[in-house]
Design a protein around this ligand. Structure first.
Ligand SMILES: *[C@@H]1O[C@H](CO)[C@@H](O)[C@H](O)[C@H]1NC(C)=O
Ligand SMILES: *[C@@H]1O[C@H](CO)[C@@H](O)[C@H](O)[C@H]1NC(C)=O
Length: 490
């Protein structure tokens, strides 16, 4: 008996001891590692240099999250010459110069190689969905912790900022580096909507048929989600500052932070909204005058975009105001511009075409599938009204683009378009909201009957607002107001 206890103690204590010794070693080698990094950057003075680490394993992906990362780093490089930006990435197939070049061509952001260092991570596989077909959330989270361990083993920064939503890495970073942590959160890893779907046993892409149809499995999954949310809250509370990309994300993150406020006071009270920068330069050049009576929809042919609702709205509009169908000056046309990514999307487009026939509106609807970017810009420069029917869209960059182009938006009254985008500017509207085909039709009619002066003022207001609020300057201001700098050691 005694022997077994000793074996158990030995088996648990020795790995712990090993880790503690290893972490000591990592911390004490940290200075020499930094000197090596500075040498590769062609710099020599260590004493006044601070290192800010950005955890972004897919830094070369070229999506919206990457625009946020690189815009933040470019601003840092301009304003803080003594800060070295360290990006932890798993893009081992690209060299630093290639990544910098791609950022330039993709986002038109110029990065200086002198204050940017990339730490390449070899175990990114551990955070891929495909590595964890079951228990994806848990698997990816554990994987990200290992990835953070690899990151910290290679270089410990002075401040760690996660820009991809890997909150579970915070524990590792705190433990290994003992440094302050911040994050820019695009999307909460787990949210109350996901819990609600399991609870109400709704089928969804995160909730399969087998689970939603069994009460035992649903119960087990609910427990798993609740536990997961508890640990997620615990992770978020170890951060010193949190930024989020929208009101929707803020509501979820704040609710999760609140969960543990009593148990674990301190940490960030709430998240700060810093809208991501949108590149609206092209669209903001279009003339606001001489627009055609075109209602424009710009959205991939995905189910949640609900293109059918747009067709029903047009049908309602024509039912109430048949003059819009007559050839001539008052004729109104709906143009659906969008990408079709796969067979599912293509079938959806066919279904929509059939619906157009069924509603008898063939003369007034045009589909523009997989058009090049330049053609989409062309439609944006000609259209009068923009329509967006997706329910609970977290943001809606397409709506921002419509507004920047001077197209008056009529958007579903929910989430991003309601809370963040189509909101009054100086107390005056920048567009309209609706919920049903009938109310969409009324809103469309309202825009179509504006006086020329009102119409122009509205186009101008929508543009000014969208361009200003979602600009790079606003983003940089929000980032600096997050107080990240106060967490750097002096
Ligand atoms: C790493 O080294 C730097 C520079 O010598 C030092 O300021 C910092 O506190 C060290 N960090 C850790 C976690 O030991
Ligand atoms: C925030 O990030 C999520 C996830 O990438 C995205 O769906 C949403 O559109 C983003 N919001 C903004 C304001 O860009």
């Amino acid at each position: 008996m005694g022997a077994i206890i000793w074996v158990v103690i030995l088996l648990t204590v020795s790995p712990c001891l090993f880790l503690v010794v290893h972490i000591r070693k990592l911390r004490s080698s940290n200075q020499s590692r930094r000197i090596t990094v500075l040498k590769t950057l062609g710099q020599s003075e260590l004493h006044d240099k601070k290192f800010v680490g950005f955890f972004h394993p897919y830094c070369n992906a070229g999506g919206g999250g990457e625009r946020v990362l690189w815009t933040a780093i470019a601003a840092l490089q301009r304003n803080e010459p003594n800060v070295i930006s360290v990006v932890y990435t798993g893009d081992t197939d690209a060299a630093k110069e290639e990544i910098i070049d791609k950022v330039k061509t993709r986002f038109d952001i110029a990065l200086s190689p002198k204050t940017l260092h990339l730490v390449f991570l070899l175990s990114r596989d551990l955070v891929e969905d495909s590595t964890w077909p079951q228990f994806t959330l848990l698997g990816q989270s554990l994987g990200s912790m290992y990835l953070a361990w690899e990151a910290m083993s290679k270089l410990i920064p002075d401040l760690y900022i996660d820009t991809m939503g890997y909150a579970f890495t915070f524990h590792i970073v705190k433990w290994v580096g003992g440094i302050p942590i911040g994050a820019y959160v695009h999307y909460p890893t787990i949210n109350t909507d996901m819990l609600a779907r399991v609870k109400s046993r709704t089928k969804w892409h995160t909730n399969s048929d087998t689970i939603s149809s069994s009460s035992v499995l649903s119960g087990a999954k609910l427990m798993y989600y609740r536990l997961f949310m508890y640990y997620y809250a615990l992770s978020l509370r170890t951060a010193s500052f949190l930024m989020v990309n929208s009101s929707w994300t803020k509501n979820h993150i704040d609710a999760i932070l609140l969960l543990l406020k009593l148990l674990q006071p301190g940490g960030p009270g709430e998240a700060r909204i810093v809208y991501p920068p949108c590149d609206t330069r092209e669209m903001a050049k279009f003339s606001l005058e001489g627009r055609e009576r075109v209602i424009l929809s710009v959205a991939q042919f995905r189910p949640e975009k609900d293109h059918a609702a747009q067709l029903y709205s047009l049908h309602e509009l024509f039912k109430a105001y048949p003059e819009y169908t007559k050839a001539g000056k008052s004729q109104v046309k709906l143009v659906l511009v969008g990408g079709s990514r796969n067979a599912g999307d293509a079938a959806r487009v066919e279904g929509l075409r059939a619906l157009v026939k069924e509603l008898g509106i063939e003369q007034s609807v045009e589909f523009v599938v997989n058009a090049p970017y330049s053609l989409m810009l062309d439609w944006l420069s000609r259209a009068s009204i923009g329509i967006s029917t997706m329910v609970d869209e977290h943001f809606g960059i397409n709506v921002v683009e419509l507004m920047a182009a001077g197209v008056i938006p009529v958007a579903h009254a929910s989430a991003g378009p309601l809370l963040d985008i189509v909101v009054p500017f100086h107390g005056q509207p920048t567009g309209f909201h609706a919920t049903t085909p009938k109310t969409f039709a009324e809103a469309l009619h309202k825009v179509l009957t504006l006086s020329l002066a009102e119409e122009l003022a509205l186009r101008q207001r929508a543009r000014t607002w969208a361009v200003q609020r979602f600009s790079q300057e606003e983003f940089e201001k929000g980032w600096s107001e997050s107080g990240w700098k106060t967490w750097l050691p002096s």
